[in-house]
Write a protein that binds this ligand. Structure first.
Ligand code: KIV
Ligand code: ZN
Length: 517
């Protein structure tokens, strides 16, 4: 292993999914996994297989689909967790089990109610058992940031001896400052003495996650655990885009250290996550925020015109942020120009069916909207790929009387070849739409979140609606996506999209009865 190579372990699909409101279904996770593979991450932590049948399904589907990144599943140091992880990653070309137990005094005393000897025994057993499924086992000392140094060394000796090849040192509660973690990592890297790769996993509770990660790298950590857009439990994790670009941009400090990340895929990856989860990075978020490369003040703009390096330390193109291209599409543009445009926008894996459907929608849009921007086209393609499941297809929506009378929605839906029609009044137009869809489909959803954003500028801008809907207590809430010039039409599509995702997830998880009695 090259000592200058930093292994990028992406945990967007596991720790990132633990962000409130960020749960994703299997199809969405598979899409993200393909993008992570294209981004060049070394390890994809695809989930926590034992957490639910949905999580198991997602990890195993990803394991079957991805070829170039290693697929990892998280497990507590409990046999059943490890077994589920082992089974879920079984089909992967490259596979890893990640198991953990807390090592800090506070976690051992109050959470685990175990003493040090018991923790070591459990850790050793977990690693040995994980090794019966895979060769590559990572062990995490949860809350390492608040653990005792001499105990960590004992745990490390024991789990390395048991077969762990990566030792992860999470600052689980985001408590440490860079100099403290740097010193901790330095001592443990020297102690490991090349018997295992030292990894770090930093949380952002004090806004220091990336600073901590970088200091750990400078002190010998060779794996960084990160998420796109910095998603993750509470204040999130160290952001992949920040850590990777800092290493790349500050080679004067990181002297020859490098990652395998294809940085032009950073922005497309960030957009995909934001679109799927409905959680936008803050506008001033480093690298991927809307304002990350915009210059507002006159002095800055003047400097930029004279020499971009006056105010830009990275080229936007290097992280996949491209300025609006000059090839403008309109209603006379043909399929070839459309295909060319989407290839230039980086959608090189779009299938013919997706392309044709998006082209039809582009033509309808071009009739209504004068200028079709790159963002409009990006959104048409992404929306098409997120809404392929059309168990229930919206055919028609009519709404009336939103001012003084009873807001009403009349809706037609296609289901199994039949056209179903119904109408309902509601306390508002949206309420009327949701009630009518509930009655037509027979599913009663609880709306947990609703967001509407405009894709581009102008009164004729496309509206992008995201609904987060809960259908039953046992399953995580489901995100639906809707896109239209008409906000209410986008709303109906988004709600129906959530119903379709719910139905397909249920279908996928149904026990398959292969033996007829
Ligand atoms: O923050 C943490 O400690 C974790 C571990 C499970 C690696 O996410
Ligand atoms: Zn974590």
């Amino acid at each position: 292993m090259d000592k200058n190579r930093i292994i990028v372990f992406d945990t967007t699909l596991r720790d990132g999914e633990q962000s409130p409101g960020c749960s994703m279904n299997t199809d969405e996770k598979i899409k993200i996994a393909f993008q992570l593979e294209k981004l060049g991450v070394d390890v994809i932590e695809a989930g926590f297989a034992a957490a639910s049948p949905g999580d198991f399904d997602a990890v195993s589907q990803i394991a079957q689909s991805i070829k170039n990144s290693s697929i990892c599943s998280l497990s507590r140091a409990i046999d059943n967790d490890i077994k589920q992880s082992g089974l879920a990653v079984q089909a992967a070309k490259l596979k890893r089990i990640h198991t953990f137990i807390a090592t800090s005094p506070i976690h051992m005393k109050y959470k685990l109610k175990m003493n040090e000897a018991e923790v070591i025994k459990r850790a050793v057993h977990a690693v040995q058992y994980a090794r019966t499924f895979v060769d590559d086992v990572e062990f995490s000392l949860e809350d390492a940031g608040r653990s005792d140094m001499s105990f960590m060394k004992e745990v490390m000796d024991a789990v390395i001896e048991a077969g762990a090849s990566t030792i992860n040192l999470p600052d689980t509660v985001g408590y440490r400052l860079p100099n403290e973690l740097g010193a901790m990592v330095k001592e443990l890297v020297a102690y490991a003495n090349s018997r295992a790769i030292i990894s770090v996993h930093n949380h952002n509770d004090l806004g220091l996650a990336t600073a901590n990660t970088l200091e750990c790298v400078l002190n010998g950590a060779r794996q960084i655990e990160v998420t796109l857009n910095g998603l993750g439990e509470r204040a999130g994790n160290s952001a992949l885009e920040e850590a990777v670009m800092a290493i790349k941009t500050r080679q004067d400090i990181f002297k020859g250290l490098y990652t395998g990340i294809n940085t032009v895929e950073i922005y497309p990856s960030s957009r995909l996550i934001a679109t799927i989860t409905g959680v936008e990075p803050q506008q001033n978020k480093a690298i991927v925020g809307k304002n990350a490369f915009s210059h507002e003040s006159g002095i800055h703009q003047d400097g930029m015109l004279k020499n971009k390096e006056t105010y830009e330390i990275m080229r936007p193109e290097d992280v996949g942020v491209f300025k609006e291209s000059t090839l403008i599409l309109g209603k006379h543009s043909g399929r070839a120009a459309f295909r060319d445009k989407i290839n230039n926008l980086g959608f090189d894996t779009v299938t013919d069916t997706e392309l044709n459907a998006a082209f039809d929608r582009f033509k309808i849009l071009a009739d209504k909207k004068k200028e079709i921007t790159d963002d409009d086209i990006r959104m048409l393609i992404t929306d098409e790929s997120l809404n392929q499941d059309q168990t229930y297809e919206l055919i028609d929506l009519q709404i009336s009387d939103c001012t003084n009378g009873f807001p009403m929605a009349a809706i037609s839906i296609k289901h199994n070849g039949d056209i179903l029609k119904d109408a309902n009044i509601g306390s508002g137009t949206m309420d009327a739409i949701f009630k009518t869809i509930d009655r037509l489909t027979g599913f009663s959803g609880k709306l947990e979140d609703y967001k509407v954003t405009s894709v581009s500028e102008g009164k004729d801008a496309l509206a992008k609606v995201i609904t987060r809907v809960s259908f039953d207590e046992k399953s995580p809430s489901i995100v639906g996506h809707g896109l239209s010039i008409d906000t209410m039409l986008a709303t109906a599509k988004a709600y129906l999209g959530a119903v379709n995702s719910y139905v397909s997830q249920k279908e996928r998880l149904k026990p398959k009865n292969t033996h007829q009695i």
